[in-house]
Each structure stands twice: as C-alpha cells, then as structure tokens.
Design a protein around this ligand. Structure first.
Ligand code: UFG
Length: 372
C-alpha cells in the first residue's frame, strides 16, 4: 500500500483547487500548489491571495509556485525540489464559449499542459493522479441519470473535447504502463463556497456561469439575469443541472486519494454530483429564498452548446469511495452569498479589505492587486 503525504495540486489558486486544498490540509496532507493565474487573482509578489486565505482557514502552510504547465523546465525544477507522492490536476482553461473561439489555445494549454505534467510525473516515478474531468464528456445525454458507463466523446464544445481527449489519453497510458494509478472525476455543476466566506469563486475572466452571475445581479453589479432558453424539454422549460457544493466536490477528491492510497486501480472514473436536477428557474427561486434578494430575469435565446438536462447517478462514488456529500442546495446558495457579500470584489476587495471570520476581522492586502 502506498503512503501518501505530499500532494501536488495544479490550478491550486482557482475556485475548485483552493477549496480542495482546504480539505487536503484538514485531512493531514502537505500541499504543493501551482497556478499560472490564467483565471485566478494573483498577488503583488506572485503569491496567491486565495491560498493565503486557505492558510487562514486551516492554520497550515501551502507551498506555492507561480508556474504554467507549458513551462516544463519549471515543472521539472519543482518536482526535483520536493518529494511528491501524488497529483491532483485541476489546471485547465474552462470557458465553453471562449473555447469555440480560440480552440488552438485550449488544445495547447489543456492537452500539452497535461502531457508535460504526465511526463514530469513519470520522470519522478510519481504515478498517482486524480484528474479533474467534467460531465461535459457525456455530451447530450442518451439517458438520465447519467452513469459512468454512459458513452462519452460526442461533446458539444472544444473545452469538453479537451477533457475527453485527456481521458482517452489516460486510458491509453494506464493500459500500456501498469504503474499508473488514476482516478478521473467527472464533475457536474460545482457552486457554493467555503462556509467561512473567506474563499470562493473569483474568476478573472467574465462571469458566465449561472450562480456567480446571479450573485452579481443580487449585489447590484449586473442589472438582470438572462435565462438562456425557456423551451427546453424540462419541468419549466429552463435548463436542468445537477448542482454540487464545492466543499462536497473537495471532499470527493480526498476520498479519491484515499482510494488510490489503498488500491491499485490503474484507471477508474467516478461522477461527482448529487443526482438531483434543478432548473434555472428553480435555482433562482432557491437563491432568492435563501438570500431574501429578488433576482430580476428575462428569458433569452438558448446558449449554443447547452443541453436540456444533465443529472448524474453519483452512487458509485458513494459506495466505492465512501464519499458522503453533506450540503444541499440551500447551503450552496447560502455559502455562495456569504462569500459574495463578505468579498464584493472577490480577492481584489480593496474597498472592503476586511473579511470576517468568527467575528474577527482579517485584513486582506492593502493595495490594488496586479492586473486589476
Ligand atoms: N444559464 C443561464 N443564464 C446565465 C448562465 C447560465 O440561463 O447567465 C443557464 C445555462 O443555460 C444552464 C445553467 O444555467 O442551463 C447552468 O449553466 P452554467 O454556465 O452555470 O453551467 P453549465 O452547465 O453550462 O457548465 C458547467 C461547467 C462547464 C462544463 C459544463 C458541462 O461550467 O465547465 O457544466 O455541461 F463544461
């Protein structure tokens, strides 16, 4: 049996990465994180404000390097400095719309970046990997709820194809080389934030996902929400998704690492979702109820590449990973709202430089951060 201690996390400063690092530290792992700040806020001296907050939450240190996966020599340098037992690979460009406009950039970043990572892992005799995949690999589902056996590959966008191609690559390398021990986690729709309100979703690119956009409307930064399509074959005509609290997603990664620690699987795939479908209108309603804020919306045309419904069968992760999701939709809305209201400008919150944790005030950076 392996005995993992040090986890290398790519994309560690990002939304899912930072929440996962909280869970990893709390589970007793040491963490070395990298990020290129392509879609997360960077600090003045190359530090990651999100990870500073992670250190506040956990009281534990995170070793961080600003590093792009395309910079293979830097990656090699980091691996040579530390003894890394396993890797969680979050780093990825992930905007569906953008991926259709700049496909080459997506293929290069996501696929070449992953190849570099796998090569450096191999050079260092590190074969334990948790890969951040997506339900987008299922395309327009043939049946619901979606199990892991559902066919993949008929993907509607370039971003999703990069995830699909990487999954195929992982299949091939794990079949060819028996050392690899890989879990690919197919996420449904991650939302919410850490219950402390100290970390949350703060993309540096434009908001395109439903919950962050809705929260922007709620705090008055945007006028109203446009619901993309009211004529889907769903309960009320609006798109149905399987929303999952980001802390449940994070604990799913710790459960996956525990599994890899105990068993040599070569390659296994798990869905991470609650198995509950919620329409856009239903989520808006829940958000209004939890926050007490009215969200004005207008029905608009469908968004290219969207599908009617994506709902998973998440039972395999529950039984095989002993994963126990704990948060319902009200908690997802409550925690996202807490993060949003405590940090109206996210990690760039110079006007509201104080975030509150248990009544104590935490000062966060005195000056405007780079790039904003
Ligand atoms: N939606 C709106 N208005 C908005 C934003 C979203 O009506 O302003 C709707 C979408 O049409 C969809 C639902 O809200 O029905 C959820 O949309 P998101 O953009 O929040 O999430 P998606 O399901 O489109 O995308 C997520 C991930 C992607 C991943 C995809 C897989 O963000 O990375 O799931 O389907 F590829």
């Amino acid at each position: 049996m392996a005995n993992f201690n040090t986890v290398f996390v790519t994309g560690g400063a990002g939304y899912i990465g930072s929440h996962c690092i909280v869970e990893l530290l709390e589970a007793g792992y040491s963490v070395i994180a990298i990020d290129n700040f392509a879609n997360s806020v960077n600090g003045e001296h190359g530090e990651a404000p999100s990870l500073k907050r992670v250190e506040q939450i956990t009281g534990k240190p995170v070793i961080f390097y600003q590093c792009d996966l395309l910079d293979k020599s830097k990656l090699e340098e980091i691996f040579s400095k530390h003894k890394i037992d396993c890797v969680i690979h979050f780093a990825s460009m992930k905007a569906v719309g953008e991926s259709m406009q700049v496909p080459l950039l997506y293929y290069k970043n996501n696929i070449v970046g992953t190849i570099n990572l796998l090569e450096v892992m191999k050079q260092n005799n590190c074969y334990q990997l948790v890969f951040s995949s997506s339900c987008t690999v299922y395309g327009n589902p043939e049946y619901l709820p979606i199990t892991e056996e559902h066919p993949t590959g008929d993907v509607t966008n370039v971003y999703g194809r990069t995830k699909y191609f990487i999954e195929e690559m992982l299949k091939d390398i794990s079949a060819a080389e028996k050392n690899w021990n890989i879990i690919s986690l197919r996420y449904f729709n991650p939302v919410g934030a850490h219950p402390s309100g100290l970390i949350g979703e703060d993309p540096t690119k434009a908001f395109t996902n439903l919950m962050p956009y809705m929260a922007q409307v709620a705090i008055g930064n945007k006028e109203s929400l446009t619901i993309f399509g009211g004529d889907y074959d769903t309960v009320d005509g609006t798109g149905v998704r399987d929303y999952i609290h980001v802390m449940d997603l994070a604990s799913g990664h710790v459960a996956a690492l525990d599994k890899l620690n105990k068993e040599h699987l070569r390659l296994k795939v798990y869905n991470l979702g609650l198995g509950t479908g919620l329409s856009v209108k239903e989520l808006v309603h829940e958000f209004e109820e939890v926050t007490g804020v009215h969200i004005p919306y207008a029905l608009g045309p469908r968004r290219v590449g969207d599908v009617d419904s994506l709902v998973c069968d998440g039972s395999l992760a529950v039984t095989e990973l002993q994963w126990q999701p704990k948060y319902d939709v009200k908690m997802m809305c409550r925690d996202f709202w807490r993060w949003q209201t405590m940090n109206p400008n996210g990690y760039r919150s110079e006007t509201a430089t104080a975030a509150k944790l248990n009544g104590t005030t935490l000062a966060v950076n005195g000056k405007q951060l780079n790039g904003h």
